[in-house]
Design a protein around this ligand. Sequence first.
Ligand SMILES: Nc1nc2c(ncn2[C@@H]2O[C@H](COP(=O)(O)OP(=O)(O)O)[C@@H](O)[C@H]2O)c(=O)[nH]1
Ligand SMILES: *[C@@H]1O[C@H](CO)[C@@H](O)[C@H](O)[C@H]1NC(C)=O
Ligand SMILES: *[C@@H]1O[C@H](CO)[C@@H](O)[C@H](O)[C@H]1NC(C)=O
Ligand SMILES: [Mg+2]
Length: 384
Amino acid sequence: MIQLKLTPTARYVLLVVLILLGIHSILTFTHEPYGRATSIFSWSSAAAPPAVPDTYYDSDADVSLTPAHNTSARANATILMLARNSDVESAVRSVRELEDRFNRKYHYPWVFLNEEDFTSDFKRRVSNVIAGPVYFGKIPHDHWFQPAWIDENRASAARQQMVDDNIIYGGSVSYRNMCRFNSGFFYRHPLLQQFKWYWRVEPDVHFRCDVNFDPFRYMEDHNKLYAFTITMYEFAATIPTLWETVKEFVSLHPQYVKANNAMNYMSDNGGESYNLCHFWSNFEIASMDFWRSEAYSQYFEYLDSKGGFYYERWGDAPVHSIAAGLFASKEQIQFFDEIGYEHNPYTHCPRGPGAWERGRCDCDAGRSFDYDGYSCMRQWDRIQ
Ligand SMILES: Nc1nc2c(ncn2[C@@H]2O[C@H](COP(=O)(O)OP(=O)(O)O)[C@@H](O)[C@H]2O)c(=O)[nH]1
Ligand SMILES: *[C@@H]1O[C@H](CO)[C@@H](O)[C@H](O)[C@H]1NC(C)=O
Ligand SMILES: *[C@@H]1O[C@H](CO)[C@@H](O)[C@H](O)[C@H]1NC(C)=O
Ligand SMILES: [Mg+2]
C-alpha cells in the first residue's frame, strides 16, 4: 500500500488546485464562451494581445510647439481641486475633461487637497489622466475643523433650525468646514505657496468648450484678479448677518476699499443692503496673492471672528465675491464668456459672436444660465 506523506502546506496547495480544476471543468461545460477563451489555442493571445506598432502613432508635432514645452510661455499657476476619496469617479471625469479641453496643451500642474490622506487608488486614477505634474496634499487640522472657540450649543441649534427650514446643507458641519476652508485657508496650504494663480475645479463639473487660450496668461497680462463664468443670487437664509458684518469691517478699515469697484453689482442702493448677487465659486480663476493681501486677510479674520461660518452657513462664494467687489476695481474682475462650464444644475454657454463655434462647444447656447431669471448677469452687465 502506497502512503502519501504531505506537509500541511502541501495539503493546502493540493486542495486549492483541486478546487480550481473543479471550477474550471464546471465552467467549461456550462459556459461555452469560457471554454473557448481558455482552450489551448487562445492562451497565448489572451496573455499579450497583438499591439498596433509604434510607427502607426502620430508624433503629435502640434502639441510639441505648445506652451507645455515652453515654461516661459506659461503663468505661475495651478489647477486646484478639493475632494474626498469617495469623489474619485467624478473627480477623474472633471480632470479628464479639463485636460482634454485645455490643459493637454499647457501641462499646468494640478493640486489636490483633502482633510484626510488621499488613498493610493485616488492618486493612481487621477494621475493617469493628467499630463503634467500632480501634487496631493493633506489639509492641516486647524485649517479645516470647527475651531474650539465656537459655541457648539449655539452652532448646533442654528443647524437644527436650518434643517427645520429645509435649507440646503443646513445641518452639515462638514459643508461649513469646506466653506470656511475655501474662504480663508486653501491659499495658505504649503503646496500652494509656490503659485500665484489657481483655477478651481470640482468633481462632477463639465467643460463644454475647448479653451484654446491661456486664461492665466490673459489675467496676468491684463492686471485681473478674479474671474467667473456663472453669477447668481445667494440663499438669504444662509447669510443673515454677513452684509452687516462686512459693513462693520468697511467702517473700521475704509482704506481697503478700492475706487471704481463693483459695489453696484452687489448692491442696488449704494451699499446699504446686499442684493445677494455673487460669483458661483465652484468655478474660479483668481490670484491667490489677492487672498493673501492685507485687505483680504484682515477681512477674513474679521468675518471668521464673528463665527458666521458656523452660527449661520456663510458660503465661500459670497465671501469671495464681496471681497472682489470691494477690494478690486471692477475692471479687475473678468467674465470669461468663452469658457463653457457646467455645474449641476446650471451651464454657462458662450454667447459672444463666433465663440461657440470656435470652442467646438457641445452646450446649448440658447439655454445658457446667463439668460435665466435667477442669474445676476443683468447686474453685472449694468456696471460695465
Ligand atoms: N475633502 C473634502 N472635500 C469636500 C468635503 N465637502 C465638500 N468637499 C469638496 O468641496 C467642493 C464643494 O462641495 P460640493 O459638495 O460640490 O458642494 P456644492 O457644489 O455647494 O453642492 C467639492 O470640490 C467637494 O469635493 C469634505 O467634507 N471633504
Ligand atoms: C516660448 O514662449 C515665449 C513667451 O511666449 C516666446 O517668446 C518664445 O518664442 C517661445 N519659444 C519657443 C521656442 O516657442
Ligand atoms: C509664483 O507666485 C508665488 C506667489 O506669489 C511666488 O511666491 C513665487 O515665487 C512665484 N514663482 C515664480 C517662479 O515666479
Ligand atoms: Mg459642487
